[in-house]
Design a protein around this ligand. Sequence first.
Ligand code: FMN
Length: 224
Amino acid sequence: MKVTAIHSRGSKGSTYFIARLLLDELEKQGAEIIEFSVQSASPCTGCFNCFMRDEKLCPHQAENAPKIESIESADIVLLDSPCYGFGMSGQMKCFLDHLCYRWTAHRPHPSMFSKIGIAISTTAGMGAGKVTKDIAQQFFYLGIPFTFRLAFSIRAMSWSEVSEVRKEHIRRKVTATARNIIAKSGKIKPGIKSRFMFAMMRLMQKRNTWNPVEKSYWQTNGWI
Ligand SMILES: Cc1cc2nc3c(=O)[nH]c(=O)nc-3n(C[C@H](O)[C@H](O)[C@H](O)COP(=O)(O)O)c2cc1C
């Protein structure tokens, strides 16, 4: 079981700490963990090369290719982000913008349809649930059919300020989630929503006269 984890803030912060607790639990069960940080993610320049030509022509190819390749070869993908202004961190969004060419509407990677996603967020007060929902939506559009979501209001600016009672609640929730992830690993199949989305995009690609790169990708995969 290979897990690729992409952290918003390197190895800092409460969100990272909780992600690490979960990764430790998965590691105990024999998972191989590969970690990246998007702390200094470059913003997409909007050149459209990834959609219209080749992702290798992205000006940030060297920065993102190792992360994207690791995601594609993983069984489980973890993305974490603190809640900033009721949304995910700008760094995580910058990274995810570089994955839009891999959405089901464009050139989905066949391996995505059997992966598990994990979305983790913390907030001081409110908004962590919104962040994990947004990350889960990104997973869905990438073709990942199932996402575990861990959202915590920690009432603090740093992990050291979090109360012991809250830390214990978080640890218990993380351990239970790790157990559920292990139980589901290797058994993921696209659900009705994912299959419907794929069918709609298949219809669209059949009629595609605007992007020969995408059309030929769908043909090469035998999907149209
Ligand atoms: C720029 C910025 C924006 C924030 N926005 C919110 C917010 O909208 N709602 C909230 O409850 N907390 C907000 N916070 C607090 C963080 O979400 C919270 O402290 C979180 O646990 C930090 O996670 P980290 O330690 O992993 O960075 C914000 C913090 C920062 C630095």
